[in-house]
Design a protein around this ligand. Structure first.
Ligand SMILES: *Cc1c(COP(=O)(O)O)cnc(C)c1O
Length: 345
């Protein structure tokens, strides 16, 4: 079989959620947008609900509808994108809580679904989503009289502990919300780690659940085993792969493994990336193809049936470094061709 195997450890996801929950006194929600960062919203959210998560966040109302079908009526499902035109029926029927981002969204919401729960998203400096201070001043009394279930904002630089933006956003959020009755939330994974000043009534971790930085102590969640299709000898001067970009200088051995950029293995990482054959780190050589990758296995005496791209030896963040990206993008790029196996949970 040439299909790669992606193993997703639901037990590790739940352990990470519990560890993050222990850092803060308030509620710990779970962010499962983008199909739980590519790992499968259905199994992931079910496991987290069993572990005790009561509030889930998604990006789009459509994701919220799918999640409601999986989790049933007893959890709160919040939508970061708020209440978009055309969303009213989805929000009503699936009982979603839109995080209202603007005066326009507020008007749309109270007009279409009077009395339906909502939250408010404020912009404390990131300039991405949420009401700016002036907009919030204008709307604040009316919005608060409708009893929002949450008032939240998002940090732009929480993965850098010493960044001045953190304190600036904290201060801005406080100025916008101190004294209100509604529960407040500012922290995702990074903000949770910044400490209690950032926790308020609820934290909203995503990447930390899935084993990524900045949660340094996270348990690894994914492993990816890629079958070796062929092993061949190369002589000095022979090239490997498209464009002859890698040429052997010494006699060696090349394994061709069964995955490529169509599986989310970012082509640009080729020159810097490695896989592990047992306990040995082996360099990727030549260009990453759509379905195949060449690996220098000259140092291997007994070739295993599969090599590891993600797992015990190589985290999503190590692989992200090779690709010049972040663990989030490695996870959400993971392809649809892998066999997926869920363990634990
Ligand atoms: C994605 C997201 C989160 C989760 O962030 P992580 O860094 O993955 O923990 C929390 N809040 C908002 C608004 C988000 O967009």
């Amino acid at each position: 079989m040439a299909q790669s195997l992606l193993t997703i450890d639901l037990g590790a996801i739940c352990a990470n959620w519990r560890a993050l929950a222990q850092m803060n006194a308030g509620e710990t929600a779970a962010v499962v947008k983008a199909d739980a960062y590519g790992l499968g919203a259905e199994p992931v959210a079910k496991a987290l609900a069993d572990a005790g998560a009561r509030t889930f966040f998604v990006a789009l109302a459509e994701e919220g509808v799918a999640l409601r079908n999986v989790l049933g009526p007893d959890v709160t499902i919040c939508v970061f994108g708020g209440h978009m035109a055309g969303d009213a029926a989805l929000i009503r029927d699936a009982n979603l809580v839109p995080m209202i981002n603007s005066i326009d969204q507020m008007l749309r919401h109270v007009e279409a679904l009077p009395g339906h729960p909502f939250g408010v998203q404020l912009d404390s400096g990131m300039n991405r989503l949420g009401m700016e201070p002036a907009e919030w001043s204008a709307l604040r009394d009316i919005a608060l009289s409708q009893k929002p279930v949450l008032v939240m904002s998002h940090l732009a630089c929480a993965d850098e502990r010493a960044h001045g933006m953190n304190a600036f956003q904290l201060q801005t959020f406080r100025q916008m919300t101190d004294g209100i009755d509604a529960p407040r939330s500012l922290a995702a994974t990074g903000g949770t780690i910044l400490g209690p000043d950032y926790h308020f009534d609820m934290t909203r971790p995503g990447i930390g659940l899935y084993g990524g930085l900045p949660f340094v102590d996270a348990r690894p969640v994914v492993s990816l085993a890629i079958p070796v299709i062929q092993v061949r000898e190369v002589n000095p001067g022979e090239s490997v792969g498209y464009g002859n970009s890698w040429v052997a200088r010494v006699p060696g051995r090349i394994a061709t493994i069964s995955a490529g950029y169509a599986d989310g293995i970012i082509r640009a990482m080729g020159p810097k990336a490695h896989v592990w054959a047992g306990e040995t780190r082996c360099k990727i050589v030549g260009r990453i193809s759509m379905d195949l990758i060449g690996v220098d296995v000259s140092a291997i005496t007994k070739m295993p049936e599969t090599v590891e791209l993600l797992g015990r030896h190589q985290s999503i963040d190590m692989l992200a470094d090779a690709a010049g990206t972040i663990g989030y993008e490695i996870l959400t790029s993971l392809g649809g061709r892998y066999a997926r196996r869920y363990v634990g949970g």
